[in-house]
Every structure is written in C-alpha cells, then in structure tokens.
Design a protein around this ligand. Structure first.
Ligand code: IPD
Ligand code: CA
Ligand code: CA
Ligand code: CA
Length: 267
C-alpha cells in the first residue's frame, strides 16, 4: 500500500472506533488543566494509527500527541531534528477531544507525513460526517474522492472564517474577534483545527487563524490547504514550518486581510 493508502485506512479505522463512543460514558482525564482533557479513546486511536503505520513502515518515525505528552524529549527538539528524518508521521488521534467528550460533531483524526521536515501528505477524517479529506504534494486535494479547491472569494465580506482558543492565548485572541467581525461575513469556532483546515481546503471556510497550535494539530491540514490552492503561513505572513504555532490558512485572496486584522490586534 502507498503512504496515502495507509494513512487513509488508519484514519478511517480510528475514526470509526471513536465515532461509536462519542458523547458516551467517557472518563475525561485532565492533562494540563480542565480545558485540556484526554480520554482512553485518544490513546487507543493513537495506538491503532501508530501500529498500522509502523507495521507497514517499521523504519519510519512517529510523533503522536498523546505519547509526546509523556515523553521526556522536548517537542521543540523533536521538531528541530525533523529536518534530518526521512519519514516522520505526525498524528493527532482525536483533534477536538472536547467535542468528542461532549458528543458534539466535529472531532477529527489527523495524519501528516513530513519528509526531512517538510509536510508532503495530509489526511483529515471527520467520522461524524464520514468525510475523508486527503492530499499529497503535487497531486491535488480530495474529499471522498472528489477534487476540492479553496473558495474563490476575493473579499473578506464574502467569507466565513474560523478560529480556536488555546487556553494560554484566549486573552490575546478574544479582542481580535472585533476586527475580524467587522470585515468578514461570519466567524465560527468548530472545535477542531484540522477540521477548520479541511474546510478551508474545500471552500466552506475562507480562512482560519489560531494562536498556540502544535505540529499534530496542523500536520494533516497543511498539504490539504496548499494542494487545494490556498496558503498557510505564520500570523505575520511568514513561512510555515513544523515549529510554527500561530497560523493563518486561507484561500490566498483574503490572506492580506487576515494578516492586517491580526496586526491591529497586537498593536
Ligand atoms: C484542540 C483543537 C481545538 C483547538 C485547540 C487544540 P485537541 O486539539 O484543535 O480546535 O482550538 O487549540 O488543542 O486537544 O482536541 O487535539
Ligand atoms: Ca489534546
Ligand atoms: Ca489537536
Ligand atoms: Ca488531540
């Protein structure tokens, strides 16, 4: 099987497993705080994906959100070293655990593959809607087998955009809603960064920005957005890299308006 086939298969298997448990009797364990929770299904989904990938490619490296939490090696060190790693799979087994725990649709499985530090493949699966998004560098982006592209909107007023609130950045991000709200058609907080990126890729959203994300939140979505014709940068418009945490993804056309709203916020 190809890298893409393995990633799609693992995402669907994990997605089906978690779909049946969403909103059920789940023990949500607190990680850093009550805003940051994990369930046994985050861990099971990660193990399932890890096993599928490493069974097919035993010499590849794997970075999953949940195992990283217990690792003694700092994340920044792993990401800096990624430029020397031929194949690094970066996985968020449930992106949107809060939705999952509360039985709200919009939790996803997100899988990205980085070759020597550059993302080359991304898969995002939304089990609630049975929507599988995938993309490979140079080969386009797809939703359930059909090609997708970013929204053609030229102006902010034609776009619905989305954001998320990492606890440490809530106070910084909340004021920015005022400037975005004046220019854009609507703002959504769907609860999964990977879903937001997939929605930018298929044109449902014009753009997405967020402070404080980690590589596993982003790895599945970056190639999707790029291959669908969009842009992914840091919040100042600078180049994206695996260590970038404050990001903007858009259809490209409204990227300058996004950067300018965020600049007004930090002034
Ligand atoms: C979270 C989701 C959420 C975003 C948070 C992330 P998790 O990931 O992507 O949308 O706002 O910043 O941490 O913890 O559910 O995998
Ligand atoms: Ca988490
Ligand atoms: Ca996440
Ligand atoms: Ca997660």
């Amino acid at each position: 099987m190809s890298y893409l086939e393995i990633a799609c298969k693992a995402a669907k298997e994990a997605g089906r497993m978690i779909r049946s448990r969403a909103g059920g009797e789940l023990a949500a364990e607190e990680k850093s705080s009550s805003f940051d929770v994990v369930t046994e299904f985050d861990k099971k989904a990660e193990q399932l994906i890890r096993a599928s990938i490493l069974e097919a490619y035993p010499d590849h490296a794997f970075l999953g959100e949940e195992e990283t939490y217990h690792s003694s090696r700092p994340l920044h060190e792993v990401l800096e070293a990624a430029v020397d790693v031929p194949f690094l799979w970066i996985v968020d087994p449930i992106d949107g655990t809060t939705n999952f725990v509360h039985g709200i649709p919009g939790f996803t499985v997100s899988i990205g593959l980085a070759c020597k530090g550059e993302l080359v493949l991304g898969v995002v699966y939304d089990p609630s809607r049975d929507e599988l998004f995938w993309a490979e560098q140079g080969k386009g982006a797809y939703l359930n087998g059909n090609p997708i592209k970013v929204s053609a909107a030229e102006h902010a007023a034609e776009c619905v955009i989305a954001t998320g609130f990492m606890p440490a950045y809530r106070e910084l991000n909340i004021p920015s809603l005022a400037s975005f709200g004046k220019q854009f058609r609507g703002i959504r907080v769907l609860g999964s960064a990977a879903l937001h990126m997939a929605y930018v890729a298929c044109g449902r959203l014009g753009a997405f920005w967020q402070y404080g994300l980690n590589a596993w939140d982003l790895a599945g979505g970056v190639v999707l957005v790029r291959e669908a014709g969009g842009m992914v940068t840091d919040i100042g418009g600078g180049e994206f890299g695996l260590s970038v945490q404050h990001i903007i993804c858009s259809n490209g056309k409204v990227h300058p308006a996004m950067i300018s709203c965020l600049k007004q916020n930090v002034q």
